[in-house]
Ligand binder design. Structure first.
Ligand code: PLP
Length: 372
């Protein structure tokens, strides 16, 4: 048989959908293995990806070990038990809940179900990149709203409604700034958004929010059926590697979104993990208490170093540094401290540190002082 020529770049460009050429690959935080291979420091502390510093929940690990022998069987493709368990926790019907392989998948499924080519998708600047990604994959037209004083500018989102967008993606609290928009601000936008414009609020970090005026989205969903909320097990439940996100919406919107779901999007182990994690309130409480204490510790430490930090309602803090953040983070990594430079978020002078345990936070502040 003659040996076939590999595809040329021009050939694949011709084959592929044009809209995917504008997609930028996701920039993940640096991994422990990566830093070990490059710098081999004495110890490595990772506060770069907003994971739970308590690590995995031992009860979840035990439940998964017990479920292990069943992995030769397909999981429940409808994810019924997990959806029902979530519905119970939040006082909803199972039909109002969807689950995905990470909230990344939930966000993408929403776009897949609703965004037609050329329709407008409104996102913010300096925010989580997957909103733009989801819009672009579906050949949507992305409209970007700048932050105002480092906060989401909801009045500007409201103005953008004049363009008749199909979808708005909002992040609250915002990654990477950590700050939030209020219940009143969100409701003012919802009042203006027509029923044929879906407002997706990504609440990946809302579990950590303590502000009294933080939006009560479940309450708002009763008056505004175009409001969709997405959340995750990656942070508070310490399950980032297992991949489980969930969404709340009007039952008809959920039904339509689930049309694009792959047959078994949650594996058998993660389904077991979710059911156990939801019951272990002690782990949740420990995580929240640690976050609240760590926030105070880090805010005070950053202030002492003379750095500006934004107020946060999340499990991370965004702070400004006096030299390019990429360089500074590289110096920290040489010392085994992984945090996130925010160049890829369009904030080249800013860094984001996950709130860690008291000990991890001390290590971070000590190493930060050295590299400053
Ligand atoms: C704002 C925001 N939304 C969604 C996600 C995705 O989370 P998941 O792990 O559930 O896919 C992240 C991940 O860091 C995030 O920061």
């Amino acid at each position: 048989m003659p040996k076939a020529k590999p595809y040329t770049e021009a050939e694949v460009l011709n084959l592929a959908r044009p809209c995917i050429q504008a997609l930028k690959p996701y920039v993940p935080g640096r991994s422990i293995d990566d830093v070990r291979a490059q710098y081999n420091p004495l110890r490595i502390v990772k506060l770069g990806s907003n994971e739970n510093p308590l690590g995995a929940n031992p009860k979840v690990l035990k439940a998964m070990t017990k479920a292990m022998p069943r992995v030769s069987l397909y999981p429940d493709g409808s994810n019924r038990e997990v959806r029902t368990a979530l519905a119970k926790v939040y006082g909803l019907q199972t039909e109002q809940v969807m689950v995905g392989n990470g909230s990344d998948e939930v966000l993408l499924m929403i776009a897949q179900a609703f965004v037609k080519p050329g329709e407008h998708v409104v996102v913010s600047e300096n925010t989580f990149s997957e909103y733009e990604f989801s819009g672009r994959v579906l050949d949507g037209e992305i409209i970007k709203i700048p932050l105002r004083n480092f906060r989401y500018d909801l009045p500007a989102f409201t103005k953008a409604l004049a363009l008749k967008p199909k979808l708005l993606f909002l992040c609250n609290p915002n990654n990477p700034t950590g700050n939030y928009f209020t219940h009143a601000e969100l409701e003012a936008l919802l009042r203006k958004a027509p029923r044929n414009c879906l407002v997706v609020v990504d609440e990946a970090y809302a579990d950590y929010a303590t502000a009294k005026d933080f939006p009560r989205c479940l309450e708002l969903m009763k008056s505004y059926p175009n409001l969709i909320v997405s959340r995750t097990f990656s942070k508070l439940y310490g399950m980032a590697g297992l991949r489980l996100g969930y969404g709340f919406a009007d039952p008809a919107l959920i039904r339509e979104t689930l049309r694009v779901k792959t047959p078994f999007n949650l594996n058998l182990l993660v389904q077991t993990a979710a059911l156990t994690a939801l019951k272990d309130l002690a782990f949740v409480r420990r995580s929240l208490t640690m976050n609240n204490k760590g926030k105070i510790q880090l805010m005070a430490g950053l202030k002492k170093l003379g750095l500006v930090a934004l107020p946060t309602e999340a499990n991370f803090i965004c702070f400004k540094v006096p030299r390019p953040a990429v360089e500074l983070c590289e110096d920290l990594m040489k010392r085994g401290m992984i945090i996130r430079p925010l160049k890829s978020f369009g904030l080249p002078d800013w860094c984001r540190v996950t709130i860690g345990t008291a000990e991890q936070n001390r290590f971070f502040l000590k190493e930060l002082k050295s590299v400053l």
